[in-house]
Design a protein around this ligand. Structure first.
Ligand SMILES: Cc1ncc(COP(=O)(O)O)c(C=O)c1O
Length: 328
């Protein structure tokens, strides 16, 4: 690891394996539809498949295409709305199972035009993002069927709940959200109820499949929830300047997703990040050239800034995986 140019993403192989095993024991096989947006890496997705999960969730068309390209296209869900579905239709014609989320007449028409065979009706369960009103879901399902699409069921991502630190609050709010989703599911029909994330993986008993992704690598925001998943990923960084009261490492905003706040560094107080710099006050003296492990607050955007994940055991880099699902 001492040879790696920094900043570099390093993944503790054993911790990753433990996270994958813990999740596979809790949600075996198709009970989990791992979301690849968190790691954007087909090599890591292959490890998830080796743990029994063959159906995946994606956020972008590129992720869908990349997964199919490496033979992980048994059943891919684009859990997101698109208005040009031609690339998705082409994927389906190549033999993979392709499903797209729809929440409007326009996205249904796009799926039909692009010849995507299957859809999920995306329902708003409280997160002000995509998803139709629950009472609209039945009409949209009818419209999709009339357009020749197979409606597999509903999706309702409770993104406003997954990150709440208090488990009881997560539980209470989830009940309200899932009641809305189940109401919609009755009018939509189909088998699938796709929902959930890392913060609700063991609470969401309504969903037939859970779309968790962050659990594999983890971040400091999710670490506050007391889940049985540990930090597998850190950003290896080098101390490039030392002043009497602080030090500076070469890992700034362009190497870290910052929307969930500052990263964490063991044995130091993080002051702030700028473009290429992380300023921190170490509890013990540090020298120029020292290497530190920086724990991101939000895993998804952090990984998307980097080209590789370096799998490590102790100080040894045992494998280098491409972050090959980046882009659009
Ligand atoms: C649609 C959707 N489903 C599921 C997730 C779950 O991800 P996580 O494991 O980070 O909670 C996300 C995360 O952003 C998402 O956007």
């Amino acid at each position: 690891m001492s040879q790696l140019p920094t900043p570099a993403l390093v993944v503790e192989a054993r911790t990753l394996e433990a996270n994958l095993s813990t999740m596979a024991a809790a949600l075996p096989g198709d009970r989990l539809r791992p979301h690849v947006k968190a790691h954007k890496c087909t090599a890591l997705a292959a490890r998830q498949a080796a743990h029994g999960h063959r159906h995946f969730t994606c956020a972008t068309i590129r992720e869908m295409e990349g997964m199919a390209r490496v033979g992980l296209g048994d059943d891919l869900l684009l859990a997101n709305e698109v208005l040009d579905a031609t690339r998705l239709g082409a994927l389906a014609r190549d033999g993979g199972r392709v499903t797209v989320a729809v929440d409007s007449d326009a996205t249904i028409d796009a799926a039909a035009r692009g010849r995507v065979p299957e859809v999920l009706i995306d329902v708003n369960v409280g997160l002000p993002r995509c998803g139709c009103a629950p009472e609209e879901a039945g009409r949209l399902a009818d419209r999709a069927r009339a357009a020749g699409l197979v409606v597999r069921g509903v999706m309702g991502y409770e993104g406003h709940i997954v990150g709440l630190e208090d488990r009881a609050t997560r539980e209470e709010m989830l009940e309200v959200s899932m009641a809305e989703l189940m109401k919609a599911a009755e009018t939509v029909g189909g088998e699938a109820i796709s929902a959930g994330g890392t913060g609700t993986y063991d609470l969401n008993t309504w969903a037939t499949e859970i779309q968790a992704g962050s659990y594999a690598l983890m971040d400091t925001a999710y670490a506050k929830l007391g889940l049985p998943f540990a930090h597998a990923l850190s950003v290896l960084s080098t101390v490039i300047s030392v002043s009497p009261d602080w030090v500076v490492a070469d890992c700034g905003l362009k190497a870290l997703g910052m929307d969930h706040g500052n990263p964490g560094v063991a044995g130091a107080d993080v002051w702030f990040c700028s473009d290429e710099h992380l300023t921190l006050a170490p509890h013990e003296p540090m020298r120029v050239g020292d290497r530190i492990r920086v724990l991101p607050a939000h895993i998804d955007p952090t990984v998307a800034y980097h080209e590789h994940l370096h799998l490590v055991e102790g100080d040894e880099v045992v494998e280098r995986w491409d972050v090959d699902l980046r882009g659009w």
